[in-house]
Design a protein around this ligand. Sequence first.
Ligand code: MN
Length: 128
Amino acid sequence: MNPTVLIVEDNEMNRDMLSRRLERKGYEVLIAVDGEHGIEVARERMPDLILMDMSLPVVDGWEATRRLKADAALQHIPIIALTAHAMANDRDKALEAGCDDYDTKPIELPRLLAKMEALIGTPGENQA
Ligand code: MN
């Protein structure tokens, strides 16, 4: 079975582009448009990995990550934070919030895929 990735991203263009590119790589993609929606979809669908934009409406990515990591049923799901600016302290902040890794936008797909694969393996490989 292909790994399922939840993209939490409020920008429609970013969301569509990233989901198309990940689907082409063999991932099953779920979408959420704000932090609260992201938590809801995570709870319903139990994705293998979450890509979390940090700048989100309703509940931002920082808070959504903290809530996911505080939830015993959801805290095992790896989260990669995505932020728009390569601020040195964003990385520390993301890890502090509970993110498993961190990357910056604009997305460089090979770099992001390497981080995803480090956490959940390659699509097509047997998933544990
Ligand atoms: Mn955003």
